[in-house]
Design a protein around this ligand. Structure first.
Ligand SMILES: [Zn+2]
Length: 282
């Protein structure tokens, strides 16, 4: 099973999964956003308060807005920052494609189960190895940062909306696009959180997190003690996941790039309305 095939499955499942999320919201038109001051000059408002159930994807965060081009949703400040990034990219000759924004627990569960089925059919791995293999590509339902409305999967027209990794065969234009993103996305608050250096998740050059908000939510997420709400019998391998939850949680969260704060240091700090507890380890 090649990664590209798995990536395609992820895209298809997301597009399918996200289609049912549409709700009536009023996004600011991108043209109006473009007329506002740049991301660097605009103070960042405090992040919306999210409950633990919202961080776990069980309840939809309030007031998210939709990107008219892709149909994807995110928290307003996140989406507006993406639009500014997209405008800047267009000036430099890149056409950004928002492949995936907010995902509910149910959507993440569908994606997880699709990958589980693929591995069951093709590789005949036992539960431990299968879960580890899936975790390198897909977050465990409930543990995905896409639940927060802060994290976006971003592709480019040259990639035809695919999420591809960098390998020796990767065309030079794609490598240049990722280099452009690394240079420019942090100016709009976005951080590349999965570097593939540690934890279960491999390098994801397409996954960008709006760090002024996600760093606040990450601290709150790390302080959650009760994950029993995630014990959904419809999640494939849920028994293995819950039996080994401390390790699964650690492998998921250890993957996060903690250097992001310096990359987005030109973004004004925001005051958290919560008082997040110190992160803990399992
Ligand atoms: Zn992602």
């Amino acid at each position: 099973m090649s990664f590209r095939r798995l990536s395609l499955a992820l895209i298809l499942s997301c597009l399918w999964g996200c289609a049912s999320q549409r709700q009536v919201l009023k996004p600011a038109p991108p043209s109006a956003v473009a007329a506002q001051p740049t991301a660097q000059e605009t103070p960042v408002p405090p992040p919306p308060v999210l409950t633990d159930d919202q961080l776990l994807g069980l309840v939809r965060p309030p007031g998210m807005i939709q990107d008219p081009e892709s149909g994807q949703y995110a928290i307003p400040q996140v989406m507006e920052s993406f639009w500014k990034l997209r405008d800047k990219a267009a000036q430099d000759g890149w056409h950004l494609i928002l492949v995936s924004g907010y995902r509910s627990f149910k959507n993440q569960m569908r994606i997880w189960n699709q990958f589980d089925s693929l591995y069951l059919k093709t590789d005949k791995l036992d539960a431990r190895r299968r879960v580890r293999a899936i975790m390198s590509l897909v977050s465990v339902p409930g543990l995905s940062r896409h639940h927060w409305g802060t994290d976006l999967d971003i592709s480019e027209s040259g990639l035809r909306g695919q999420l591809v990794n960098v390998d020796p065969d990767t065309p030079e234009r794609i490598v240049k696009f990722y280099d452009w993103m690394k240079l420019n996305a942090p100016q709009f608050g976005f951080c590349k959180v999965y570097l593939g250096k540690r934890g279960a998740v491999r390098d994801e050059p397409w996954h960008w997190s709006y760090f002024p908000y996600s760093r606040v939510y990450f601290e709150q997420f790390m302080a959650i003690r009760d994950f029993h709400r995630l014990m959904d019998a419809r999640v494939d391998d849920v028994q293995y996941l819950m039996k080994n939850f401390p390790k699964v949680f650690q492998q998921e969260t250890k993957s996060i790039n903690t250097e992001c704060s310096s990359e987005t240091s030109n973004q004004p700090a925001v005051d958290s309305p919560q008082s997040p507890a110190k992160p803990h380890t399992h």
